[in-house]
Design a protein around this ligand. Structure first.
Ligand SMILES: [Fe+2]
Ligand SMILES: [Fe+2]
Length: 362
């Protein structure tokens, strides 16, 4: 039996304990054989670590990153010149972000928002139309510094998301800022708790759950639009009231925090890929659909998922039964289950049993 961070789980591992979320709802039972969807579900509920059974003698060894067979889709992206540029700009941005943020958190130094935003936005400007930012993020390896990388990811997702929502240039800029600083409070949480390799105690969970307050306190002292501090305070709130730290419902949650909430959980779900190669976005969308769209702002979540799905229109995919085809039509009521053309056959996944689904992008 050993503790494994959710980002390092691979299909085939077996859970030891019943796993509950923050609200004491059962997420997965003990003795469950993990598949992709179950792993994404754990990330959906922000579960950091679980205990898994030791592999029995003769059982297949756990795969590690070197042995993962990379899909041709991901190989194409990773070898493209756009990706190479993106990756190196990303690394520099993370380093700069880290350097300036530490001063803000520790010495209350003023935040040079313009410079930080310039770095982040330059990631998007490199070939705006030729790159799909989601493909880039899905294929990035996870860096050691989870908080900083995650903040930049969420910021980029918020930028694209704000455009999809038809926001003004000013609000797009603001949404990008809200994403960039949403988890800044985590830097006030002792590192040994954030990186603890074993199960967190209730007390340690409580400490982690103070990061929205910590973030709010840092940001409200800065010369920033009040939505930025609100987004830090409320990005773990959920429209149904089952979020934290305040447990407030939809009408009280800042709209920018509602956007960040979606970008935040999407990044966490797609980040569960270190040992498994890149994520299939349709599996992520299906977990959103099965675990509760009502936890998020209805218009925002639909806009977000519809647009993510649309990015993959006409993409080649492999289905769970091995057939290959291309996505030819999106079903608005079942976004993870589009219509697929395979040869001269049309397969409407929405009408098919749930055992048939998109396994992989090709
Ligand atoms: Fe957070
Ligand atoms: Fe976050």
């Amino acid at each position: 039996m050993r503790q494994v961070p959710v980002s390092e789980l691979v299909p085939g591992m077996i859970t030891v304990d019943d796993i509950y979320n923050y609200n004491d709802q059962l997420v997965l039972p003990g003795g469950y054989v993990l598949n992709d969807k179950a792993i994404i579900k754990l990330a959906f509920y922000s579960i950091p670590f679980i205990r898994i059974q030791d592999s029995r003698e003769g059982a297949a060894p756990v795969r590690t990153s070197q042995f993962i067979q990379e899909s041709s889709y991901s190989h194409r992206i990773k070898t493209s010149p756009e990706f190479q540029i993106f990756q190196s700009t990303f690394e520099t941005t993370v380093d700069d972000f880290k350097a300036s943020i530490n001063d803000v958190v520790e010495k209350n130094a003023p935040l040079d928002v313009d410079q930080l935003m310039k770095d982040t936005l330059s990631l998007l400007e490199k070939g705006r139309n030729s790159i799909n930012i989601f493909d880039m993020l899905h294929n990035m390896r996870q860096y050691d510094d989870l908080t900083f990388t995650h903040c930049i990811n969420v910021s980029l997702i918020c930028n694209v998301f704000a455009r999809w929502l038809g926001m003004s240039d000013e609000d797009i800029h603001l949404a990008t800022q809200c994403g960039l600083f949403h988890d800044i409070g985590k830097l006030k949480i002792p590192e040994d708790i954030i990186k603890k390799p074993s199960r967190l105690t209730d007390y340690e969970y409580k400490i982690i759950k103070t990061h929205p307050f910590e973030g709010y306190n840092i940001l409200k002292e800065q010369d920033l639009n009040p939505h930025v501090a609100n987004a830090a305070l409320m990005h773990h709130e959920r429209c149904d009231g089952f979020g934290y730290p305040l447990g407030i419902t939809a009408e009280k949650i800042d709209p920018f925090a509602k956007m960040v909430a979606i970008a935040d959980v999407y990044d966490a779900m797609t980040a569960t890929r270190v040992y498994r190669g890149p994520m299939c976005p349709f599996k992520v969308i299906s977990v959103f659909e099965s675990e509760g769209l009502q936890r998020y702002d209805a218009r925002m979540i639909m806009t977000f998922l519809e647009n993510v799905t649309n990015t993959y229109m006409l993409n080649h995919v492999r289905l769970s039964d091995g057939r290959e085809g291309e996505i030819v039509m999106i079903n608005r009521l079942a976004l993870s289950r589009p219509m697929i053309r395979s040869g001269n056959q049309y397969i409407n996944l929405a009408d098919q049993p749930s055992t048939l689904y998109i396994e992989e992008l090709l």
